[in-house]
Design a protein around this ligand. Structure first.
Ligand code: ZN
Length: 433
């Protein structure tokens, strides 16, 4: 059965059947969801189709963090993974053998959507280990019959680039910023244009991809860049050649969009918070799981022929919005603005209180190939226009001096709240004073 070709009616039938048996399983085997159902006064016979989802109370990361065992239905766990913990405590997700098979099949489909073929050599820089994507993508590459280079996240960018030269991969997988960094490392090591490598494509995931970073990656490596999106708790999707939204594995996880304030379900095209319900996993279940991701559903026919719905590129996470002087802004807006400037190689934005502990201050540190006052003026103008304030400090720092912060190499740090990374940032700030 090619799920990408199912008619809407066939897909709905499959989803409803799987939804009903998942709800039954949750009711019988998961203490977390049984308690939620009982409180809401619902039994499995009340949930037969997508439209019935609205009767079920929401769940979220906190529920699973608090009691990960309670979210597991079938206790016969094959592998545990944890989420990256970018937004607080890591969440434990238990995969049964069935769940691993499901997720690997989804990743296989994603790679096919992206255009990975049997003849490809794929360098996987996604970390192997507690994070689910590394290992599952590895297996998916093997499923396709392509060659996998299981590089994972090597200690240095130079080692990673060494593998690009040694194995001549045609596809590279990983975090967009990391793959961008490799292009500079390649240039420095060999003095050659990164376009000269065998690379033709990158499949990037792990953080939202801004248009300016996509353009920069495509231009520097001379490749086609496709984006993936996923959550350990529910599943994943990938961009086809339209590069406009992720074809979603809706046969394995239902998606709804809700108004984050009222919880009311919204229609396709309307922007809100994505909420997921797994319908084929049996280990950790996610039922009406609030993702905090802001996006909308695209249900128009896609020119690539894949009939599954698409989730539009995630704009931001609701819990990642930062309030600076009373204005809410998204670090991704700032990312898009800064990487729009060709010479900027890396940057770090820091928000902190002034010395009196009263006013918020935004400080921007920039690694650039050359200092250019026009960039600073333009930046002030764009930040001012885009997010309604100007930075207090814009400082050029030597290339390579900004420290690596966290697994995802954070470039936006809020010192107003306590975080283990704050010390590294403070140290850096005083070193460049
Ligand atoms: Zn498509």
């Amino acid at each position: 059965m090619d799920v990408n070709k199912l008619s809407r009616r066939e897909m709905t039938e499959l989803q409803n059947k799987r939804l009903h048996s998942t709800i039954k399983l949750a009711y019988e085997k998961s203490s977390l969801y049984r308690a939620k159902f009982k409180r809401a006064g619902i039994t499995p016979s009340d949930i037969k189709c997508y439209e019935d989802l609205v009767k079920i109370p929401f769940s979220d990361k906190k529920d699973i963090v608090k009691n990960f065992k309670g979210a597991i239905a079938d206790k016969n766990i094959s592998v545990y993974h944890t989420t990256s913990g970018t937004s607080g405590l890591p969440t434990v997700v238990g995969f049964t053998k069935n769940d691993v098979d499901v997720q690997v099949s989804v990743e296989t489909r994603n790679l096919q959507t992206v255009g990975v073929k049997k003849s490809d050599i794929v360098q996987n820089t996604t970390p192997y280990g507690m994070f689910f994507a590394g290992i599952d993508l590895h297996e998916a590459i093997r499923n396709i019959g392509a060659t996998v280079i299981p590089a994972g996240k090597l200690p240095t960018a130079k080692q990673q680039v060494g593998m690009v030269v040694m194995f001549a991969p045609t596809v590279i997988l990983g975090i967009p910023q990391y793959i961008l960094k490799l292009s500079y490392a390649y240039e420095e090591m060999f003095g050659k244009d990164p376009k000269d490598t065998a690379l033709k494509k990158a499949y990037v995931l792990g953080e939202p991809l801004s248009d300016s970073v996509r353009n920069r990656l495509e231009e520097r490596w001379g490749i086609d860049v496709r984006q993936g999106y996923g959550l350990s708790e529910v599943g994943s999707g990938a961009e086809c050649e339209e590069k406009n939204g992720f074809h979603w594995c809706e046969d394995h996880a239902l998606v709804e969009v809700i108004d984050p304030k009222t919880g009311e379900q919204l229609s396709p095209g309307e922007e809100g918070e994505l909420v997921y319900t797994t319908i084929s996993r049996t280990g950790t279940l996610a039922i009406r799981f609030r993702s905090n991701d802001c996006s909308h559903i695209i249900d128009d026919e896609c020119s690539c022929g894949n009939k599954t719905i698409k989730i539009a590129t995630v704009k931001h996470r609701f819990d990642s919005l930062v309030k600076i002087r009373g204005t809410l802004t998204s670090p991704y807006t700032i990312d898009n603005m800064l990487f729009g400037h060709k010479n900027i190689r890396n940057y770090l934005c820091v928000v902190e209180k002034d010395e009196h502990g009263v006013t918020d201050q935004l400080k921007v540190y920039i690694e650039s190939e050359r200092e250019d006052m026009r960039v600073s003026f333009d930046l002030m103008d764009k930040l001012g226009g885009g997010v309604c304030f100007t930075p207090d400090i814009i400082k050029y720092v030597p290339i390579g001096s900004i420290p690596i912060i966290g697994r995802k190499e954070k470039r936006f740090v809020d010192l107003r709240s306590e975080n283990p990374d704050n010390e590294i940032v403070r140290e850096f700030m005083s070193s460049v004073k």
